[in-house]
Design a protein around this ligand. Structure first.
Ligand SMILES: [Zn+2]
Length: 307
């Protein structure tokens, strides 16, 4: 237990430093008595009780009092000491001062002076050999915003027709037609049409997983082309028109496999090839959103309900 007089001194020195740095008083978050006991009065929360001791999510730890970013989750490590531990701080965010106990090094928020904890060196926990031992209550964790955008790559013959349906699908935010799976970098349409580059006409689909799903896109894919045709699509014959899904992760692969099975069970013979996604090369501008530019409809892609 610290002598009461030290707590008062800490409070006074904190108020002075905060005032002397800024002529205009800064707007700080109102602290609860528990928060103030640590942040202002330099107390310490009991080990293994803090909110963030075992937090492993990706994000940023900011100052509870002033919201200044202090630590990145990448620098957090498990020290088993009972408090959140970091081996580095966000540059310039944390100030080191000699602790009132004359032994340890105290760490405070460089912006507001709020007490964070202590820093220790030479313990060999990590390569940086530093442990910021921080009270959870001195910080607020802001998780990294998880993106809901995902990419998918579908080939079902002439890419004009493939894109026509995907660009109209709710939840799809962007489509681009291009070439995938060949052995020439940045091919032209002319080169691809010779069949010698190995590319397949493909539509890149960017979609919002909070509004649609890869599974919904796979259904649309199968409902808009003749997936039983081998070596072409409709009147377009050649390897670049083959039915192919280029998957970007194992989950996409599993979903396509599931639909190939469903269709096989319905008596169809799906000829779709399933390949890991290589580099996508965007096609020339005049191929993009072709039917909408021409006010036309596809000659070889007709919707039929299957699911
Ligand atoms: Zn602060």
């Amino acid at each position: 237990m610290k002598p009461h007089i030290l707590l008062i001194c800490g409070l006074i020195s904190f108020s002075q430093s905060a005032c002397s740095k800024n002529k205009q008083p800064m707007k700080y978050n109102k602290l609860t008595p528990q928060e103030a006991a640590v942040i202002i009065n330099k107390g310490t929360e009991y080990p293994h009780t803090g909110e963030y001791v075992n937090t492993k999510d990706s994000g940023t730890y900011v100052c509870r009092q002033c919201d200044a970013p202090l630590y990145n989750s990448n620098d957090k490590f498990d020290s088993h000491c009972g408090w959140p531990s970091f081996d580095d701080e966000i540059k310039g965010a944390v100030k080191r001062v000699p602790d009132a106990d004359g032994r340890r090094v105290e760490i405070v928020c460089a912006n507001c002076g709020g007490h964070l904890g202590h820093v220790f060196e030479g313990e060999n926990y990590t390569a940086k050999n530093t442990r910021h031992c921080v009270n959870s209550i001195s910080m607020k964790f802001i998780p990294t915003k998880q993106t809901t955008m995902e990419k998918a790559y579908f080939a079902s013959g002439c890419f004009w027709g493939t894109e026509f349906y995907f660009m109209k699908k709710a939840g799809v935010t962007e489509t681009t037609v291009g070439y995938m799976g060949g052995h020439v970098d940045n091919p032209t349409y002319k080169e691809v049409c010779t069949g010698s580059t190995g590319h397949i006409e493909t539509t890149e689909v960017i979609f919002d997983t909070s509004k649609t799903s890869f599974e919904d896109l796979v259904k649309l894919y199968y409902e808009t082309h003749n997936f039983e045709q081998i070596g072409g699509q409709g009147p377009d014959i050649g390897p670049q028109y083959q039915s192919v899904v280029f998957y970007v992760n194992e989950s996409q692969k599993a979903i396509v496999e599931k639909y190939i099975k469903i269709l096989s069970n319905k008596g169809f013979k799906p000829a779709t090839l399933l390949k890991p996604a290589p580099v996508f090369w965007a096609a020339e501008d005049y191929h993009q959103e072709y039917y909408d530019k021409k006010n036309g409809t596809p000659y070889c892609h007709i919707y039929r309900k299957l699911f």
